[in-house]
Write a protein that binds this ligand. Structure first.
Ligand code: HEC
Ligand code: HEC
Ligand code: HEC
Ligand code: HEC
Ligand code: HEC
Ligand code: HEC
Ligand code: HEC
Length: 476
């Protein structure tokens, strides 16, 4: 009898402990916030909807058209088994950049600081300067009772949506799995649902060092969207290699992928090159590798145009273009109708087409100029505007080629790009109600005489000169 009681109490304690554990861990295996015990999962929210990648565009349009405030869009869990890479990167012949670094050590060292290398990464404290501590971690919405919360836990970083409604609280939590952008303007975050990739509703904005609503058409005010599918093209511009599961929009092999825009995107597959030079360490003639610097102008700029030609359409599988090939079989460029102005009609204007603008310049048309006449894609060049004057314009021009200089004198010598490649407001990444937010400015790559830019620069010079007590425009 005594034994019975002992067993009973053991059983009771055991069950209780089990229940406590289940509550503490939560259904998805993540520890829950201590204050979250009463939260219902967001699926119980009447306006939560699971949306598949196939139905996404249609559903988004419906939400926008009918202004369905309060809608929470969640990714539908994909059916079937999780995709594994049918072709592994070794088979494809892609080599991780650190392998190239064995023989090109200096370049590899430098390259790790470049925006190309850092344009996609796994999340980390250092990689994203945004703060995970309240109040900075909170992003308000138009509903006072609904907000996003950025949370750092020992096992990773998360975006939470909290909704309080009629005494009931709801919670959704999505893990940040990948970071897109080196952070010049900002960063967006991606999350896996099984093997499907979606963008998260909160992004980081470098201007103001703050979290905010993700930009674009996909994030209408008053809605909460966790289900924007990440297309192959998005990764094609921001990563080296992913393997998409055939016949799907946004499912990728999770076992193997390469982040960052790295060597093989601009030099071709490196496997044969590496194997050859490992086997023949004394050979100094390069074997089986493409140097864009040795290609014709058209093929050389095509290497960059893979990703710097704006909203162009992929007509082949992503990640398949190899430097040295004609680009047209891989990408269809939008027709160049934007003759004098930057084309703002494209739906996602965040990536400029430097090539389309440059192609219209006399500099480009009447010389063998390429993108890397001015840029070193291996380096972090930020804040190095000045070297564009000394090193680049003057490769082909004399300062006195500029009639303006004859009028203004050496005062303009540092300023070639201010007048001939003016900054333009380009990527309007604001949402309604964010009118005070500055629009990021970019260089117009159409190099020509821009009268308005000249007037602005001359005005600035004259203001600076009068402050300094000298007269502007007098040659020294
Ligand atoms: C085992 C040593 C070794 C490794 C590893 C290696 N390379 Fe090279 N690479 C060389 C040698 C040797 C040359 C020829 C000499 C030179 O140009 O420095 C060369 C030249 C090059 C060139 C210039 C080609 C030209 O035509 O001017 C490029 C570009 C290049 N390598 C890229 C890469 C990339 C990308 C990787 C990684 C996929 C890589 N290398 C890995 C040894 C290596
Ligand atoms: C056509 C190529 C292309 C596609 C497709 C593309 N991007 Fe970009 N993205 C760029 C380029 C290039 C830049 C840098 C700005 C520029 O020069 O135009 C950029 C900039 C960014 C930035 C800011 C980076 C920083 O450091 O400030 C973010 C964030 C970003 N992209 C996210 C995305 C996401 C998310 C997708 C897909 C949903 C996407 N991009 C699709 C090419 C692309
Ligand atoms: C975004 C494109 C891009 C990426 C990524 C890239 N390169 Fe290059 N690389 C170029 C271009 C363009 C040139 C030709 C530069 C020139 O001729 O001025 C070049 C030239 C080179 C050369 C020839 C020597 C030199 O310094 O000009 C080597 C070697 C090289 N790259 C190695 C690498 C390695 C190794 C990686 C990866 C760690 C890498 N590159 C990543 C575009 C790229
Ligand atoms: C596979 C796609 C891809 C290719 C190929 C590529 N880029 Fe980029 N490039 C990007 C992306 C994405 C960014 C934005 C990086 C960021 O800040 O997150 C970028 C940024 C840049 C920047 C701005 C750097 C800064 O300071 O913000 C320059 C300049 C540039 N690329 C030049 C080139 C040149 C020149 C080539 C050809 C030799 C080239 N890129 C090829 C994707 C690419
Ligand atoms: C004649 C010189 C020159 C050439 C050629 C050139 N660029 Fe640039 N590029 C610049 C200057 C100057 C800037 C502004 C740099 C800064 O503000 O730090 C710039 C900035 C950029 C940026 C950063 C975003 C922006 O617009 O401010 C990207 C990306 C870029 N260039 C890509 C390219 C690509 C791709 C090509 C070839 C199609 C190219 N550039 C050709 C001079 C050049
Ligand atoms: C690779 C050589 C090369 C480089 C680098 C170069 N240019 Fe030119 N540029 C030319 C050629 C060739 C022409 C046409 C003939 C001429 O006017 O001298 C030209 C023409 C021009 C014109 C007249 C354009 C017109 O529509 O009438 C301007 C302005 C100009 N360049 C400014 C610049 C500036 C500013 C830079 C640096 C950001 C630069 N160029 C870099 C080769 C170059
Ligand atoms: C204050 C603005 C301003 C600055 C700074 C400036 N330019 Fe100019 N540039 C002009 C204007 C305006 C013209 C046309 C003048 C005219 O036709 O009367 C011009 C003309 C030119 C031309 C000749 C175009 C032709 O048709 O032959 C070249 C080349 C040129 N600039 C290059 C440069 C270079 C290189 C620098 C830097 C050393 C520079 N400019 C700095 C405003 C400027």
């Amino acid at each position: 009898m005594k034994n019975h009681w002992l067993l009973w109490s053991l059983f009771c304690v055991g069950t209780l402990a089990g229940l406590v554990l289940i509550f503490a861990i939560g259904r998805d295996g993540n520890p829950r916030l201590s204050d979250a015990k009463d939260d219902l999962p967001i699926r119980k929210w009447p306006r939560a909807k699971e949306v598949s990648a196939d139905a996404y565009q249609e559903f988004l349009l419906q939400v926008r058209r009918n202004q369905l405030m309060g809608t929470v869009m969640l990714p539908r869990i994909p059916e079937g088994t999780t995709g594994v890479a049918t072709k592994h990167p070794q088979e494809v012949g892609i080599v991780p950049p650190r392998v190239c670094g064995q023989c090109h050590a200096e370049l590899w060292e430098e390259f790790q600081q470049s925006p190309h290398f850092r344009t996609s990464s796994e999340p980390s404290r250092e990689g994203t300067p945004g703060r995970y501590e309240p109040p900075d971690s909170r992003v308000a919405t138009v509903h006072p009772q609904a907000w996003f919360e950025m949370v750092a836990k020992p096992n990773g970083f998360y975006q939470q949506l909290h909704i309080n409604h009629e005494g009931q609280s709801y919670l959704h939590e999505a893990r940040i799995d990948l970071v897109i952008g080196s952070g010049k303007v900002g960063q967006s975050f991606l999350s896996w649902t099984k093997d499907a990739l979606h963008q998260l509703p909160v992004s980081y904005f470098t201007e103001g060092a703050r979290w905010g609503h993700s930009p674009d058409f996909d994030y209408p005010e008053g809605t909460f969207n966790f289900s924007r599918p990440i297309s192959e093209r998005c990764l094609d511009c921001h990563a080296t290699w992913f393997a998409r599961v055939p016949q799907t929009i946004n499912r990728f092999a999770r076992d193997e992928f390469f982040l960052g825009v790295t060597c093989s995107r601009c030099h071709g597959l490196g496997r044969e090159h590496v194997d050859h030079h490992l086997a023949h360490p004394n050979e100094t003639a390069p074997h089986a590798i493409t140097n864009p610097g040795k290609l014709s102008q058209e093929l050389a700029v095509s290497v960059c145009a893979q990703c710097h030609s704006g909203e162009s359409e992929l007509v082949s599988t992503g990640f398949r273009y190899r430097p040295g090939e004609p680009l047209a079989e891989y990408l269809v460029q939008p027709s160049a109708n934007a003759d004098t102005e930057i084309d703002k009609s494209i739906p996602d204007p965040h990536a400029a087409s430097q090539l389309r603008r440059l192609e219209k310049s006399a500099c480009f048309r009447q010389s063998e100029m390429t993108c890397f006449t001015c840029h070193d894609p291996h380096r972090n060049e930020r804040g190095r505007e000045k070297h564009f004057l000394v090193d680049h314009c003057l490769k082909c021009h004399q300062p006195d080629d500029c009639q303006q200089r004859k009028l203004t004198g050496a005062a303009v010598d540092r300023l070639c790009i201010e007048c001939h490649m003016p900054l333009v407001e380009y990527a309007d990444i604001r949402r309604p109600g964010e009118d005070s937010m500055p629009i990021p400015k970019m260089r117009d790559h159409r190099i020509q005489i821009w009268p308005e830019a000249t007037t602005n620069v001359l005005q600035r010079l004259s203001t600076e000169a009068s402050k300094a007590g000298t007269k502007a425009g007098v040659p020294r």
